[in-house]
Ligand binder design. Structure first.
Ligand code: NDP
Length: 486
């Protein structure tokens, strides 16, 4: 039951692109669950907009499939929620359609109720700018009668220049406080736990620096291939699809300085600051500090060019040029069609400066902290322990904490609620987006030039190209689930 806010607060969530995959698989289940748990304002409505011909009943029915798949409700509960959903056939860039939408939403308002609105752009990225311009021209972003917030999906631009241009359009019709650029990784429980882990404990922060940390690995590995999205993926590749957004956001949370407060701006200031400290390479340096790969069979997929040079796997080495991290490499790795689906951050600590014990190998195993983002969400800390017996040998053991699976909700739920409540902490600010592109663009350009960077083939269902192991050097190795299974 919706019950959160006052009687005079009325919320409408307008989803542009409502006939699409994101709405069905993520947004409708997330909104339904929020409604069921009483997290939404008492008076709330949901309006789907797309060009396809549908009436309210068939739109509601189509959304129910996503809810069924997410296993979050019975049809009876859904029916009450569904009565608040309507569908308007139209285009997000068309003045006449927007006028119909605006009139329909306004007409449902009473004199006393505020008319708060969230516009969710679940649209192809090329429609973000024209849609925002059209919403501005229609007067639908004016906040005289209630808030107007816009959620913008990723990807936000395809390089620095396009992101800057899009930000210009955004700021021509909206204040930054109205903009919610979504990166659903930040909605994950384990990603937010990074903040708690670092800043609600005292024992980790003193060693969270170049004096104790050897290197950091951030891996987002997928077992799925492009899954029918070949046309989009062939343009994007792993750098634009994953590195510029999810992986750099994770790097920012791992490497940033402690914010003074938990407000959105304090947090985003620190994230932006550390991203600004990441060394900006030229294209030769970017090629030297990276490995790229493509899985076999990728070029046969629908929508992919026959001679495509798009990387479906990438590993890059970044340096953060500040006092805390000088000389500590950050390795970012992501790819598709790999052996397992794993998202994880590994903080590899330095070995003790001198060993006095007999060990299982040539040296004691240095401490390792692994933050498992998915699956098995939790934290693993590996430390040396005495090997039982009469000798003074050591062996690594691991302390583990795992979140109970039932507490893990889909990240869209948390992020939609934050947008409704106006909390921008987990949304990306314009400067963060732009500096992220500044970091990634040289890799895109270096990889584009095949003379500077070789494209390695790898088999589907493997760990990616062998060159990625060599890239880490003879001593360092990737920490991923294979070791657990192993
Ligand atoms: P889809 O292509 O499945 O859906 C987009 C929908 O937009 C289409 O169904 C289309 O329907 C509608 N549309 C097209 N033009 C207009 C228009 N002018 N006005 C209103 N509606 C229009 O895309 P997704 O749902 O997969 O993705 C949407 C956005 O979310 C993209 O930017 C994507 O990058 C991002 N995203 C998606 C994720 C996912 O899991 N799907 C994950 C992360 C980000 P119609 O023809 O009926 O108008």
């Amino acid at each position: 039951m919706a019950n959160k806010a006052q009687d005079n607060e009325r919320l409408t969530v307008v989803i542009f692109g409502a006939s699409g995959d994101l709405t069905h698989r993520k947004l409708a289940p997330a909104l339904f669950h929020l409604y069921k748990t009483g997290a939404l304002p008492q008076i709330c409505h949901f309006v789907g907009v797309a060009r396809s011909e549908m009436d309210d009943a068939s739109f509601r029915e189509s959304l129910y499939t996503g809810v069924e798949e997410a296993e979050i409700g019975k049809y009876g509960e859904w029916a009450e929620f569904a009565s608040r959903i309507s569908y308007i056939q139209g285009s997000s860039t068309d003045a006449e359609s927007l006028q119909r939408i605006d009139s329909a939403v306004s007409a449902a308002s009473t004199d006393s109720a505020r008319d708060d609105r969230i516009y969710y752009l679940a649209l192809a990225p090329h429609l973000y700018a024209p849609t925002l311009t059209a919403l501005g021209a229609a007067g639908m972003l004016d906040q005289a009668n209630g808030f107007r917030r816009v959620v913008i999906e990723k990807p936000f631009g395809t390089d620095l220049a396009s992101a800057q241009k899009l930000n210009e359009t955004v700021h021509s019709v909206l204040q930054e406080s109205q903009v919610f650029r979504i990166d659903h990784y930040l909605g994950k429980e384990t990603v937010q736990n990074l903040l708690v882990f670092r800043f609600a404990n005292t024992i980790f922060e003193p060693v969270w620096n170049r004096n104790y940390v050897d290197h950091v690995q951030i891996s987002v590995l997928e077992s799925v291939d492009t899954a029918g999205r070949g046309e989009y993926y062939d343009e994007a590749g792993v750098l634009r699809d994953m590195m510029q957004s999810h992986l750099l956001q994770l790097l920012a949370l791992v490497a940033m300085e402690p914010p003074a407060t938990s407000t959105a701006n304090a947090l985003r200031n620190e994230k932006a600051k550390v991203l600004q400290s990441v060394r900006k390479y030229n294209i030769d340096q970017a090629a030297e500090n990276s490995v790229r790969g493509q899985y076999q069979g990728y070029r046969d997929e629908e929508g992919v060019a026959e001679s495509s040079g798009t990387a479906t796997f990438g590993a890059i080495r970044l340096q953060v040029d500040n006092w805390r991290w000088q000389g500590v490499p950050f390795y970012l790795r992501s790819g598709k069609a790999l052996q397992s689906k794993v998202s994880e951050i590994a903080i590899q600590f330095r070995p003790p400066p001198h060993t006095i014990f007999e060990t299982h190998g040539p040296d004691v195993t240095p401490n390792l902290l692994r933050i498992a983002i998915q699956p098995h969400e939790g934290v693993h800390l590996t430390f040396e322990n005495k090997k039982p017996g009469t000798r003074m040998g050591t062996a690594p053991e691991t302390l583990e904490y795992h979140f109970p699976p039932q507490v893990i909700r889909d990240s869209y739920e948390r992020l939609l609620l934050d947008a409704i409540e106006g909390d921008q902490s987990l949304f990306t600010r314009s400067d963060e987006i732009e500096v992220s592109w500044e970091i990634i663009d040289p890799f895109v350009n270096g990889w584009h030039n095949s003379l500077k960077s070789q494209l390695y083939a790898y088999g589907k269902g493997t760990r990616g190209p062998k060159a990625a192991d060599e890239f880490l050097g003879p001593v360092r190795k990737w920490h991923d689930d294979r070791e657990d299974e192993g």
